[in-house]
Structure formats: structure tokens, C-alpha cells
Design a protein around this ligand. Structure first.
Ligand SMILES: NC(=O)c1ccc[n+]([C@@H]2O[C@H](COP(=O)([O-])OP(=O)(O)OC[C@H]3O[C@@H](n4cnc5c(N)ncnc54)[C@H](O)[C@@H]3O)[C@@H](O)[C@H]2O)c1
Length: 277
């Protein structure tokens, strides 16, 4: 990595802060500059190795902001401490990439960013839900491949989501926001699996269901599943009986905050496993 991979903002700042990736906008730069920080931020698009971040910390660094793609463990916290660092912040709500025990032992407080992207992430889940149900990526490849010859009643038929069932695993902040978007937007029945009961969400959706009845519309069902299997039974996954066709998922999930990426991946695989109905 060359010195060109790092940019400097407010070079005369008394404190030195290393930010491993350039962040969106410029408010973060202004806030750090107001705190008299010289900000050195990485411009590499690939994920940095621990050795590269350690080199960037160098022998004087008051604080660092890192990414969830980086391994913030003992090596980096020792390096940060030796360089005079007093704080590390993870640019994410999740912190599976941070060894909290190591940071605590070394005496470096760790921050994260809960709450700021809840609606954004829920909207992304809604986007993926529609893309999967309406077979948007498949149809896009087909169109760009020059295969379209004219509209057909069966061409990329997809799934109607309205009044179907939506399933959520992990009805925390994102799961709740996503559930409200799907249930209020599409009047879907809702089933969720979570180790904690989300009474607030249940009450909210039941009130919405009552409202629908007052409007002469059918109510929506709200169910807490006792197992993931029960959720999958009630929000079945696929609908395309033709061999070779991609399954169309009808259940989507928000991973719990303490789930590792491996857990999330296993769950995603389980959920997307083809099952004909
Ligand atoms: N909120 C954000 O800004 C954001 C942005 C991008 C990605 N993410 C990721 O999305 C995930 C969810 O974020 P969130 O803000 O909704 O977190 P959250 O802590 O509010 O919700 C997580 C939910 O998962 C439940 N849960 C925990 N362990 C479980 C288990 N074993 N089985 C079933 N449920 C379990 C918890 O009870 C909780 O309701 C996290 O992995 C997070 O890193 C969050």
C-alpha cells in the first residue's frame, strides 16, 4: 500500500485519527476537525489487512474508525494503545469483527453506530423482497441478453405478495421496520421468530389489523413462531415447480445483531433451499 492510499484532512490538527475507509459526505470530517483532529483516511477499495491497518496506526494515533470487514482484535488494540490511542469506533451497528474482550483488557473503549441505518436497511430488505418475488434480476439478465421477443402471459410471472404471509427471523430494529413496511404496504399476514417476544410490534400490527376491519377490509394475522421451522412452515419458500427454475422466496429475515456472518449465511441457505409447494 502506498502513501497515495491515504488522504489527509485538516493536516494541522493536534490529534491524529486514522479512518480506514473514506466515509460518505463530509460531516464526519468537519466533526473530527472541530475536535482538532488531523484525519488520515484510506482510499483503497479492497479490504485492508491487519498489518496494513497496524502500519497506518504507526507510533502516534489518538483514535481510529474501522469497518466491519476488518479484524479488530488484540494486534490492532495493542498497536493503538502503544500509539497513544484512547478510542476505537466501528462504522457499523454489528461488531462481530471486534474482539471486545481484547479491547476491554487493553482499556480501549469501543463505539458502534446503532439506529442510524434501521430504515435504510429495512428498505433494502424490501427491495430484495420485491426483486426476488418479481424475479427482477433474472428478467434483467434475460432482457440484457437480448432474449425478449414479446410479452407472454407466463414470462417471469413472479409472485403476488399482497395478502400473503411475510416471515421475519429476528424482529429487532430492522425486522420491525421491515415488518411494518410489508404489512402496512401489502396487508400481509406476519409471522416472526425471535428469542424475545416483540410485544410492541405485535400490538402495533394488531391495531393496524383492527383499523383494516373498521375500513371493511380483511384483518391481518400476527403470529410469533416458537421455532424457525414453524416460521418456515407458515411462510413457505418456493413456488416454481419447474426444474431448473430459481425458487421464489416468500420468507425473508433480518439477522440478529449477535449472529456471525457464518450464522447469517447458514440461515440464508436454509431459507433459500428449494422446496416445492
Ligand atoms: N440497524 C442497522 O443500522 C444495521 C445496518 C446494517 C446491518 N445491520 C445488521 O442487521 C442485523 C439486525 O440489526 P438490528 O439493528 O435489527 O438488531 P437488533 O438487535 O435490534 O435486533 C436483533 C434481533 O434478533 C433477535 N435475536 C437475537 N438472537 C436471536 C436468535 N438466536 N434467534 C432469533 N432471534 C434472535 C434479538 O432478540 C433482536 O430482536 C445485525 O446483524 C446488524 O449488524 C444493522
Amino acid at each position: 500500500m502506498t502513501s497515495k492510499s491515504w488522504k489527509v484532512y485538516n493536516p494541522s490538527g493536534k490529534r491524529r485519527v486514522v479512518v480506514t475507509k473514506e466515509l460518505p459526505g463530509n460531516r464526519w470530517l468537519k466533526i473530527l476537525a472541530e475536535a482538532d483532529a488531523r484525519v488520515e483516511y484510506g482510499t483503497e477499495t479492497r479490504i485492508l489487512r491487519v498489518s496494513e491497518i497496524k502500519a497506518a496506526i504507526g507510533d502516534r494515533c489518538d483514535g481510529a474508525i474501522g469497518q466491519l470487514t476488518e479484524n479488530w482484535g488484540n494486534t490492532l488494540f495493542v498497536a493503538l494503545r502503544k500509539a497513544g490511542g484512547t478510542a476505537y469506533s466501528n462504522y457499523a451497528v454489528g461488531y462481530n469483527n471486534v474482539d471486545i474482550d481484547a479491547a476491554t483488557k487493553i482499556g480501549i473503549p469501543v463505539g458502534n453506530t446503532p439506529g442510524v441505518l434501521t430504515e435504510t436497511t429495512a428498505e433494502m430488505a424490501v427491495a430484495l423482497t420485491f426483486a426476488a418475488a418479481r424475479r427482477v434480476p433474472e428478467a434483467d439478465v434475460y432482457m440484457r441478453g437480448g432474449n425478449y421477443e414479446g410479452w407472454l402471459p407466463t414470462l417471469f410471472l413472479g409472485e403476488l405478495l399482497c395478502r400473503k404471509t411475510v416471515g421475519v427471523v429476528g424482529a429487532g430494529a430492522i425486522g420491525t421496520a421491515y415488518a411494518k413496511m410489508m404489512v402496512e404496504g401489502l396487508k400481509m399476514d406476519f409471522i416472526y421468530y425471535d428469542i424475545h417476544q416483540n410485544r410492541g410490534l405485535e400490538t402495533y400490527l394488531r391495531e393496524y389489523s383492527r383499523f383494516l376491519k373498521t375500513q371493511g377490509e380483511a384483518p391481518v394475522k400476527v403470529t410469533r413462531a416458537t421455532t424457525v421451522e414453524e416460521l418456515l412452515e407458515n411462510a413457505p419458500l418456493t413456488s416454481h415447480p419447474k426444474p431448473g427454475r430459481q425458487p421464489v422466496p416468500k420468507a425473508f429475515y433480518a439477522a440478529p445483531a449477535d449472529a456471525s456472518s457464518e450464522d447469517s449465511w447458514s440461515l440464508a441457505c436454509a431459507i433459500s433451499r428449494p422446496k416445492t409447494i
